[in-house]
Design a protein around this ligand. Structure first.
Ligand SMILES: *Cc1c(COP(=O)(O)O)cnc(C)c1O
Length: 394
């Protein structure tokens, strides 16, 4: 390029969350992270200490705040990480399962659940979900352990919906199979980390957001220690019994949370109570308005009423109605998303994974549509979405 003058930022096509290059008039998601003013006190601490990563005071302070919020679940250990995906992979690797061992994942989830299994050198096996909660349940997992001998399970807190921690503890007791929860969007809902651990995301699109980041919550001090060490190249920092201090005693990676991301995570946590309340009330308003317009014909996920919502997704009576709703919204420049289409076993990179029959996940995926939802979604937009949805029913 002869002319290296920087491009005008206004003319750069903005890659946005939908994967499209333009943002819709009413976007599917509009993250609201802390403002520069809210970040400033934390950034000043970074300036003062000149400590930017490697278990710095903001990252460890964030871990302490999360651990404190889990006091009701017994003594929990928290490890801050660069992402939920990295956390899932490292948690699986810390379990030291045999290479290629089968790990159960739901068909209906974000691709990261399955790719973390592959990256940990294990083999994802796809299972179905419950028709009402849209979750991979302990009952489904019990049957799968019997039929395919799964060596670990990754139940997902789908769209943030709580998994039954006690039921999973009973599952682990009965089967001996560890349970690594993918609780990516589950902060505020998943109050029990389950028998092994729960891994949360701080991605911009999750209710508790730092831009990028994640953390593991576990009652198992040894597991927390192993995950932390794997997140720092496998270097042994403090346990002479494990090998020489300062040497790699495991093949690790770099999955640490930087102090800058930890600063955003702190500021997000400061406003969590407000975020959670707004998400709950706006979600209720969205569903009430849409159901009124559609004669109550929209299906919604069955979750506890206190659930902090991360998305708004409706199940239509059939695929044709879903497709008409999608077209009606898109024609008005309103964002939509086909969650989760394709299901895991139909993703091109995962076409050959083993899978059990998944009729519930297939049927849901063919009829589900995500519509715009964020804490400050204005009422006129909520009304307009409802009218467009109603049009699909003719
Ligand atoms: C967002 C999400 C992830 C990925 O989280 P990252 O922090 O971006 O790695 C994994 N699983 C599920 C179910 C998610 O929704």
């Amino acid at each position: 390029m002869a002319n290296a003058s920087p491009p005008d930022p206004r003319t750069i096509a903005r890659p946005v969350l939908s994967g499209a290059t333009v943002r819709e008039r009413i976007p599917l998601m509009l993250p609201s992270l802390p403002t520069a003013d809210e970040l400033l006190p934390y950034l000043r601490r970074i300036d003062e200490r000149r400590w930017y990563s490697n278990f710095g005071p903001l990252a460890t302070g964030f871990e302490a705040r999360i651990a404190h919020s889990y006091a009701g679940a017994g003594a929990c250990h928290v490890v801050a990480l660069s992402s939920c995906t990295a956390g899932l992979e490292l948690a699986l690797r810390a379990l030291s399962l045999p290479a290629g061992a089968p790990v159960l994942v739901p068909a209906f989830t974000f691709i990261a659940t399955a790719s973390a299994v592959r990256c940990a050198g294990l083999a994802p096996v796809v299972a179905d979900i419950d028709a009402d909660t849209w979750l991979l349940t302990p009952d489904i997992a019990r049957a799968a352990v019997r039929s395919i001998g799964a060596r670990a399970v990754i139940p997902v807190t789908t769209f943030g919906a709580e998994q039954d921690g006690e039921a999973w503890a009973a599952f682990a007791r009965d089967t001996g199979v560890p349970v690594v929860m993918d609780a990516a969007a589950g902060f505020g809902n998943q109050r029990d980390p389950g028998p092994t651990c729960a891994v949360f995301s701080l991605h911009a699109t999750k209710p508790l957001a730092a831009g990028e980041g994640g953390f593991v919550v576990t009652r198992d001090a040894h597991l927390a220690h192993a995950i932390r060490r794997l997140s720092n190249f496998g270097i042994n920092l403090d346990r002479p019994l494990d090998g020489p201090i300062g040497s790699a005693v495991a093949t690790g990676t770099n999955a640490k949370l930087s102090e800058y991301h930890a600063a955003v995570a702190h500021a997000s946590l400061d406003r969590w109570t407000d975020i959670a309340a707004m998400r709950q009330s706006v979600y209720e308003r969205c569903v009430r308005t849409a159901q009124d317009a559609c004669g109550g014909r929209l299906g919604v996920q069955r979750v506890p009423s206190s659930t902090v919502r991360s998305v708004c997704a409706y199940r239509f009576p059939d695929a044709g109605t879903r497709d008409r709703a999608e077209q009606a919204l898109q024609a008005r420049s309103i964002g939509t998303r086909r969650w989760y289409l394709p299901t895991i076993d139909r993703q091109p990179a995962f076409g050959h994974v083993d899978h059990l029959p998944t009729p519930v996940a297939e049927a849901l995926s063919a009829r589900l549509l995500g519509v715009p939802f964020y804490p400050d979604l204005p009422q006129p937009a909520i009304d307009e979405i409802a009218v467009a949805l109603a049009g699909a029913f003719g």
